[in-house]
Design a protein around this ligand. Structure first.
Ligand SMILES: *[C@@H]1O[C@H](CO)[C@@H](O)[C@H](O)[C@H]1NC(C)=O
Ligand SMILES: *[C@@H]1O[C@H](CO)[C@@H](O)[C@H](O)[C@H]1NC(C)=O
Ligand SMILES: *[C@@H]1O[C@H](CO)[C@@H](O)[C@H](O)[C@H]1NC(C)=O
Ligand SMILES: *[C@@H]1O[C@H](CO)[C@@H](O)[C@H](O)[C@H]1NC(C)=O
Ligand SMILES: *[C@@H]1O[C@H](CO)[C@@H](O)[C@H](O)[C@H]1NC(C)=O
Ligand SMILES: *[C@@H]1O[C@H](CO)[C@@H](O)[C@H](O)[C@H]1NC(C)=O
Ligand SMILES: *[C@@H]1O[C@H](CO)[C@@H](O)[C@H](O)[C@H]1NC(C)=O
Length: 611
């Protein structure tokens, strides 16, 4: 297997599947502390806890007893600011000391745009509105997750906010943030939230369009600054049959690509330009170091806590030679014929046999019309090889009298082939996009009738975007079991990924100032358009990291039914407190957010038991 892509991930603050492990098997301690990361080496001890019982470790075995014996009735909701049980100021101060001063209480960034807000600063506001996107500002903000609706749209980012007499409130943004740089910080935050009955949120470093890294009244663990990296030329794990020896890297969970490379990206599966050759992010993990719900820092690998290792990989780019195309034609049927040729070619050739990736958008254009733009990328291929791979597509487009015009090479008339490119990490700013996702399986490419039905569904859904203002986004990859790395089988990747040729998305860009009624009406319509894609792919799934948290039957769609049953067992074993909670994560159905604003799936409200 191509070992260069294999990583040892140091993941601090796992998503919804946390755990306890009261003892560390010694042999694996030896393996992991040797030349480990600094973040790894500074851990919470009983000595640090001292007599500050609010940060004491939990005991998974007695978790049930704890809640019934020592805390009279089970709390219906997580403790919220203003409640009598909300920790008093002096306790937050103690917490801050135990964290070496890493506790933040940040304001929503756009507060500076609201004249009635204490943080009002007109110059700063102008910077945010016009210049911040060309800097790293938004990725470095401790609260922003780049999707405004998840937070309840209570502190909007538009010029209008300055003139409409609106207010800016914290809404679904966390109350406090731990700016974690070492394992100890994460452990303290986890213990404090659990012991105090608070809502805990984990925020990594990139974008999140599902509302999984915000939450009203919560304590957030922000791991953005855990950016250590270590290359290991020769790494061995296991022995004899079933062992791995090869190159590896240790990565802090905040390492960016622009999403957190070993945070939710890996946890949710993680697709990339190399998925057709090397599998998903979750396929590349050799071992994980995670903080579990009892506050312990444990290893999960195929030999140690294997159930956790299974669950954390999926139960959550390399060098390439891209070529960029755009199809512009005047006639709608001809346009869709061209799109169909491209997508079918892409599925059959680029991904399945040549190990590439197709990345496409279909945008409605002002004045009517649609525009398809695509980038096809290949790992480790020369320009000439890319031209050879793509030539049959260009030939068939010409034969169908559909031209691929953008950036044409003057000699061949084909789209030009560019050298390796990298995304800069800038250009990010808060938006109001909701993702709708469907993983379209290989079977849809196999015969003409299914293919025609697939394209008809894509066309109908995409053309509705004219009036509704959404667009289509298709990424084509083929992350089969065969290309997954060591240890191969046995992670919790959504089985729909193994059959996938196209991750089809409706990118639902809603106006910032939508009322909650408008948002609910829009949601009902979007469910119908997404339903067209579901109808042509019965039994398939959706990609949790780029999906709608309102996805019907999300347990099956995001995890697969068999995996879900097993994941739920692992979750209950390791996190009997349901401390790690985020929408549509494993076990999350036991709780729900009582949103105060009526926006679908908003995190702006108390987290309460759903029974
Ligand atoms: C935590 O302590 C640091 C260092 O003393 C201080 O700068 C920071 O404001 C404190 N955080 C809060 C929320 O009070
Ligand atoms: C803003 O807050 C003030 C004071 O709480 C309140 O009177 C006013 O109605 C609010 N305005 C809006 C637009 O919500
Ligand atoms: C968080 O911690 C990092 C590392 O210590 C520091 O560079 C950064 O300024 C902190 N961020 C905030 C918002 O305090
Ligand atoms: C190694 O494991 C594979 C797969 O489990 C098995 O087929 C093979 O017989 C094993 N080889 C040895 C030498 O044990
Ligand atoms: C890239 O291609 C060359 C030549 O075909 C090959 O020797 C090399 O192993 C490939 N590298 C990777 C990472 O696949
Ligand atoms: C699929 O669509 C093409 C183009 O419209 C058409 O020629 C073909 O007959 C259709 N095939 C089936 C099986 O429906
Ligand atoms: C939202 O903003 C648009 C202009 O951008 C305006 O026409 C519309 O009336 C606003 N809607 C609400 C509910 O404020």
């Amino acid at each position: 297997m191509p070992s260069i892509q294999t990583i040892v991930a140091v993941l601090l603050g796992a998503f919804s599947l946390g755990v306890s492990a009261t003892s560390f098997p010694e042999q694996q301690e030896r393996r992991n502390t040797k030349n480990g990361l600094l973040a790894d080496s500074i851990q919470l001890t009983e000595q640090h806890v001292g007599d500050f019982s609010a940060i004491a470790f939990g005991n998974r075995a007695s978790a049930g007893a704890e809640t019934t014996a020592t805390k009279p009735p089970q709390q219906r909701c997580r403790v919220f600011p203003g409640d009598s049980r909300w920790p008093p100021e002096k306790e937050w101060t103690l917490l801050n000391s135990s964290l070496d001063g890493a506790l933040l209480q940040p304001q929503p960034a756009y507060a500076v745009c609201y004249p009635d807000h204490p943080a009002y600063d007109a110059a700063r506001c102008l910077f945010l509105l016009h210049d911040a996107r060309s800097t790293h500002f938004w990725l470095d903000d401790p609260l922003t997750e780049l999707a405004q609706w998840t937070q309840g749209s209570t502190c909007l980012a538009t010029d209008q906010t300055m003139v409409q007499g609106r207010n800016c409130t914290r809404g679904g943004f966390p109350e406090y943030v731990v700016n974690a740089t070492v394992a100890k910080h994460v452990q303290i935050a986890v213990n404090f939230a659990r012991n105090k009955g608070l809502r805990l949120v984990i925020k990594n470093t990139g974008h999140d369009f599902g509302g999984r890294s915000v939450g009203a009244g919560s304590l957030s663990v922000w791991v953005h600054h855990m950016k250590e990296m270590q290359y290991i030329p020769a790494y061995t794990i296991g022995s004899g049959n079933g062992s791995y020896t090869g190159m590896a890297a240790r990565l802090g969970t905040g390492v960016e690509a622009t999403v957190g490379g070993v945070g939710g990206w890996v946890g949710g599966g993680g697709h990339s330009v190399v998925s057709s050759t090397l599998g998903l992010g979750a396929d590349q993990v050799l071992a994980l170091r995670v903080v579990t719900a009892d506050g312990r820092y444990v290893t999960a690998d195929p030999f140690t806590n294997p159930d956790l290792f299974f669950a954390l990989r999926g139960g959550g780019g390399g060098p390439s030679e891209p070529t960029t195309d755009a199809i512009v034609v005047r006639d709608a049927d001809a346009f869709w014929a061209g799109v169909g040729l491209y997508y079918r070619f892409c599925g059959n050739v680029i991904e399945a046999s040549e190990g590439g990736q197709g990345f496409s958008y279909i945008y409605p254009q002002a004045g009517g019309g649609l525009r398809l733009t695509t980038t096809s990328s290949f790992l480790n291929r020369s320009r000439d090889e890319v031209s050879r791979i793509m030539q049959p597509l260009y030939t068939s487009l010409r034969r169908a009298r559909v031209l691929a015009t953008a950036d044409a090479d003057p000699t061949t008339g084909n789209p030009s082939v560019y050298g390796a490119s990298r995304r800069s990490g800038n250009g990010y700013q808060p938006v109001n996009t909701r993702y709708r996702s469907r993983l379209l399986p290989r079977a849809n490419w196999a015969d003409d009738a299914r293919w025609n039905a697939t394209m008809a569904a894509i066309r109908t859904a995409t053309e509705a975007g004219y009036d509704e203002g959404f667009y289509f986004h298709g990424t084509l990859t083929s992350p089969t079991r065969e290309v997954a790395g060591w240890p191969g089988e046995g992670n919790a990747v959504n089985p729909a990924w193994r059959e996938n040729l196209m991750h089809a998305m409706l990118m639902d860009v809603q106006p910032d100032n939508y009322t909650s009624q408008q948002a609910r009406d829009r949601d009902a319509r979007m469910q119908r358009y997404t339903g067209l894609l579901r109808d042509v792919s019965p039994g398939a799934g959706a990609y949790i990291n780029e999906a709608d948290p309102g996805e019907p039957n999300w347990q099956q769609a995001f995890f697969g039914s068999d995996n879900y049953a097993r994941l739920l067992q692992v979750k209950r074993t390791w996190d009997p407190w349901s401390l790690f909670w985020a929408p549509t994560t494993v076990g999350s159905e036991g709780w729900r957010v009582e949103a105060v604003d009526g926006y679908p799936n908003s995190q702006n409200g108390r987290l309460c038991r759903s029974d």
